[in-house]
Design a protein around this ligand. Structure first.
Ligand SMILES: C[S@@+](CC[C@H](N)C(=O)[O-])C[C@H]1O[C@@H](n2cnc3c(N)ncnc32)[C@H](O)[C@@H]1O
Length: 395
């Protein structure tokens, strides 16, 4: 493909991504994969270049742009090489005119920027929310140590804070590596590794991972428990939960049992665990404002209505978790969001609903106290953004 044709492809893809963001359609990655599946003439360099242009345009536009062209023209205003590809050639975009529409910049839609500032984030911390993220992996201590893994990747370095983390150059082919194949590493952001460790699960305990998804944190819990004890991984999403057993097998995890639940009927599915868990991890469904670095189009999709629905689910899963914990046991509540509505406000509301429970300070090597919990943010900590709180049940 010529450079101009690559820009035209990025414009077409952005049009599809913008349409999907407005209608709740497929994610950008899916649309990009479909686009190239139908255009076999595009080589791997073309695909990489187009993808980079698409994501640069998504990162640069805080709100949904009027069109793919408006997004690319805004990008070209600051990039002469890109601007030169608007050359009107056969497969390229028409030349740029001075008065045509440009996508607005910004970090997020105005209502979301306001909500982030109201949640205590400094304005200068906002751009880091949409910068490219590093590629972090967690070393699976059931299979290897960090020193075993580091030599397998030439440009790898230990993560600054997480004990078992390794940071690799973005784009490293982790899943084609021997350590991945052997189950010695899992892709996991350093922040995710840190907040997952707040439960401090130890061998022999009875632990529930209530919102386990495909098991990213379940596998870390099993490693912390050295495969000894009981570990129940639950979710309401069959497709996600179904991926867990295969990942567990690769990681040498033997104690994770999965359980699919019906939404709003979780306590029925968990009747045999009521009041018995030493600890419950609630990695709650959330708006993902802390993970825009990896998924920048998410900020185009979030609405106030969706946020309100997520908040209701978060309160509900916290209440389910409280029913599972034994006297004196604990809950760790995590959201990959920096909005107080999903973080410290949820904890305050939980404590108001549940007599005798208290919040304990998680105290991690990165981040800082925030309300009744702890917060990591991309600008200050170089991790995805997270809120985490530890709650102690009365004895
Ligand atoms: C942030 S994701 C979990 C990610 C996962 N723990 C990991 O580390 O990879 C939140 C999960 O909550 C699940 N969820 C949504 N509603 C739920 C409910 N009522 N009970 C349990 N899980 C729920 C979603 O299906 C989703 O998998």
């Amino acid at each position: 493909m010529t450079p101009a044709a690559r820009t035209q492809a990025a414009i077409e893809l952005l049009d599809a991504i913008i349409g999907a963001a407005r209608s709740g359609g497929a994610a950008a990655d899916t649309l990009i994969a479909r686009y190239f599946a139908e255009r076999r003439y595009a080589g791997s360099k073309d695909r990489r270049a187009v993808r980079e242009r698409v994501y640069a345009a998504i990162r640069a536009a805080g709100d949904v742009p009027a069109s793919g062209r408006a997004a690319m023209v805004a990008l070209a205003d600051a990039d002469a090489e890109l601007a030169a590809t608007f050359d009107g050639s056969r497969h390229g975009p028409a030349p740029i005119s001075a008065d045509e529409t440009r996508a607005a910049g910004g970090v997020a839609p105005a209502w979301l920027e306001a909500a982030l500032l109201a949640s205590g984030l400094e304005r200068q911390a906002l751009p880091a929310l949409v910068e490219r993220a590093p590629l972090d992996v967690r070393v699976n201590r059931l299979k290897a140590t960090r020193d075993d893994v580091l030599p397998a990747f030439p440009d790898a370095a230990p993560t600054p804070f997480a004990e078992h983390g390794v940071r690799l150059p973005t784009g490293s082919a982790v899943e084609a590596s021997a350590p991945f194949d052997e189950g010695a590493i899992e892709v996991q952001d350093e922040g995710s590794q840190l907040v997952g460790s707040v439960l401090q699960a130890v061998p022999g305990e009875r632990i529930v991972d209530l919102c386990a998804g495909a098991g990213g944190k379940t596998l870390a819990l099993a490693a912390a428990m050295n495969n000894a004890g009981a570990l129940l991984a639950c979710d309401v999403d069959r497709a996600r939960l179904q991926r867990l057993p295969q990942r567990a097998a690769r990681a040498g995890v033997t104690i994770a049992e999965t359980r699919l639940m019906n939404p709003a009927r979780e306590t029925e599915a968990l009747a045999d665990w009521l009041g018995l868990a030493d600890g419950v991890l609630v990695d709650a469904p959330c708006s993902g404002t802390g993970t825009w670095r990896r998924n920048p189009e998410a900020r185009w999709r979030l609405t106030a209505e969706r946020l309100a629905r997520l908040q209701a689910t978060q309160a509900h899963v916290l209440d389910v978790a409280a029913a599972l914990v034994r006297p004196g046991g604990r809950i760790v509540y995590i959201v990959c969001s920096l909005l107080d509505e999903e973080g410290t406000d949820q904890i305050a509301a939980f404590l108001a609903r549940h007599d005798g429970w208290s919040a304990e300070e998680p105290s991690l090597p990165a981040g800082r106290r925030h309300g009744q919990g702890w917060r990591l943010d991309p600008a200050a900590d170089g991790t995805d953004g997270f809120f985490v709180a530890r709650l102690r049940a009365p004895c």
